[in-house]
Design a protein around this ligand. Structure first.
Ligand SMILES: [Zn+2]
Length: 194
């Protein structure tokens, strides 16, 4: 069955033109906060036909096939619970997320890079405990010296985060656009403060 968007919007990467659906796990919490779990309208309609999700909220817009007109889901919930990932990859992105996208020496958030606390040249390893987010300026000042040598202090003690901790951190960084129907299912720190 062919389904064409009624507003002729293009559908490549998922952006708001794609009328994405917020995807909730079976416990009604977002499948992922960062990045926010979103499906394109094509995927959410397909999942509904395959009976993998229930539709909780809909956009006003519809898509048409030759025989029927379907309202585009804006919030869907999975019928089967998906166990969140336990293993966290040691990636640049997860490291920045752990550190809240801020330099662990000065707290700045511009020109973020990462730094070996104990420099590699002094035997420092690349690990959750020895690598932190650092701005270019602090990174430059520190160079291949130890913390003591440059009198730098860490804002937090770096360690391997739990998956849940990273999820909670992700909640602090909502995307630029949130559809109003999603707000009841998201608990962004910013929104709770209002
Ligand atoms: Zn800095």
């Amino acid at each position: 069955m062919y389904l064409g968007p009624s507003d002729n919007s293009e559908s490549e990467a998922i952006n708001i033109k794609d009328k994405p659906a917020l995807v909730l796990n079976a416990d009604y919490r977002p499948l992922s906060y960062y990045p926010l779990s979103l499906w394109s309208w094509q995927d959410s309609i397909k999942a509904r036909y395959l009976n993998r999700v229930s539709v909780l909220m809909e956009y006003e817009q519809t898509v048409r096939s030759p025989s029927t007109e379907i309202q585009i889901p804006s919030v869907v919930v999975l019928k089967d619970y998906i166990q969140p990932k336990r293993h966290l990859a040691f990636t640049r992105f997860n490291l920045f997320l752990r550190d809240g996208f801020s330099c662990q020496y000065c707290g700045g958030s511009g020109n973020l890079t990462f730094d070996h606390i104990l420099p590699k040249s002094l035997g420092g390893v690349t690990s959750w405990e020895n690598v932190v987010s650092a701005c270019l300026s602090c990174n430059f000042k520190k160079g291949a010296k130890s913390l003591k040598q440059v009198a730098f202090k860490l804002r937090t003690t770096p360690k391997k985060p739990l998956a849940e901790e990273l999820q909670n951190m992700g909640r602090k960084f909502p995307p630029n656009y949130l559809h109003k129907s999603w707000l009841d299912f998201l608990y962004w720190d910013e929104i709770l403060e209002i």
